[in-house]
Design a protein around this ligand. Structure first.
Ligand code: PLP
Length: 359
């Protein structure tokens, strides 16, 4: 089907983003493909959302998401003026691009990384280039700076590799450029450390968090940006007045008021990550050491797509990236519950080619 001529040429020319498969609710499938948390959020959070189903829905939500910003500020040791709330962190990424990148502007990132960036930069009329992570997982600082970019993305821990680059690289990069350095910390809740302590030092540092991964609320669509207050004022100009609905605000505020209640689920995921890492290596997979809630595993015969299909045939969804080429020989596996991970390992064993035979 030909696209209508009235669609902007840049949009006609681009491919849309392909999100991970989302099977219909109720389908019996082990879903290890989009890095959701396998454990439910605490009942208090669900109660807060339920309590908002009723008269509050008749009215517009708080345009300033004040309750969420205050709770986030308390939880992370910031001022509420330093917090911007988004309809998922994906919206926040769009807002920072909108505010910082003029048509034709250059946006760079170490890659491979989160593939949504390329799409969002194109929509914004900018150009996007990735430069390879150094062999030790460090940021290619010189290569990024040389591009004189309008914005830099760094994902830490990175997806789909799971590795966390040195924090010193973020510090160096922020000092070397004037443009925003957007540190996407979608997986920081599973990591040993975070770039948050660098925020007072760097007015161009933007820290992005989400409730989708560590906090088991991917369906609620809430992201947080932590910046210096002067930056937040500008970002508020480019967002919808009511970008976070009242159910999401209620759930997010309850979440941020009791972060400790989420700790057991996060610890369970981190412990299972170690076990899965160990068992995958024992089966001959090459696993990248991960600080996130997933593992990138290169498969024994290098045929990532075949293993993805084999697992799908056994009711287990993982993520395979056909490109770039250096990801095609592996699969990204979200850490599930202990039971799900055991089933995964059993299925992988059953897919192993026979000794001496083909697969
Ligand atoms: C999952 C993910 C996001 C998106 O998070 P939402 O808050 O659900 O929009 C952003 N960045 C990275 C790197 C992610 O993996």
């Amino acid at each position: 089907m030909a696209a209508p001529q009235w669609i902007h040429p840049a949009i006609r020319a681009m491919r849309g983003y392909t999100p991970g498969e989302q099977p219909p609710a109720g389908q019996r499938i082990i879903k290890l493909n989009t890095n959701e948390n396998p454990y439910p959020p605490p009942t208090e959070v669900l109660d807060a959302i339920r309590a908002t189903v009723g008269d509050p829905l008749r009215r517009y939500p708080d345009p300033d998401a004040s309750g969420v910003r205050e709770a986030a500020a308390r939880a992370y040791g910031l001022d509420p003026e330093q917090v911007v709330v988004g309809n998922g962190s994906d919206e926040l990424i769009t807002l920072f691009l909108r505010a910082a990148v003029a048509p034709g502007g250059m946006v760079v990132a170490p890659g491979p990384t989160y593939s949504l960036y390329a799409t969002l930069v194109r929509i914004q009329g900018g150009y996007y280039r990735e430069f390879p992570w150094k062999a030790n997982g460090a940021v290619p600082v010189e290569a990024l700076v040389e591009q004189d970019p309008s914005l830099i993305f760094i994902v830490r821990p990175n997806s789909p590799t799971g590795h966390a680059c040195p924090l010193e690289d973020i510090d160096t990069l922020c000092s070397a450029v004037e443009c925003p350095v957007v540190l996407d910390e979608a997986y920081a809740d599973f990591a040993a450390d975070s770039g948050l302590s660098l925020l007072p030092k760097h007015p161009n540092l933007v820290i992005i968090r989400t409730l989708s991964k560590g906090f088991s609320l991917a369906g609620l669509r809430v992201g947080l940006a932590f910046v210096q207050a002067e930056v937040a004022t500008e970002i508020h100009k480019v967002r919808d007045s009511y970008n976070v609905d009242c159910l999401a605000q209620a759930g997010a505020e309850a979440t941020l008021n009791q972060i400790e209640a989420f700790r057991p689920a996060i610890t369970a995921v981190v412990n299972e990550r170690s076990r899965l890492d160990r068992e995958l290596r024992a089966e001959g997979f090459q696993v990248i050491a991960s600080q996130a809630n997933f593992l990138f595993a290169r498969v024994p015969d290098g045929r990532g797509a075949a293993w993805y299909r084999g697992l799908k045939g056994r009711g287990i969804l993982v993520r395979h990236f056909p490109e770039p080429e250096d990801l095609a020989d592996g699969v990204r596996i979200t850490v599930g519950t202990a039971e799900e991970n055991t089933t995964l390992i059993q299925s992988l064993k059953s897919l192993m080619p026979e000794e001496g035979g083909g697969s």
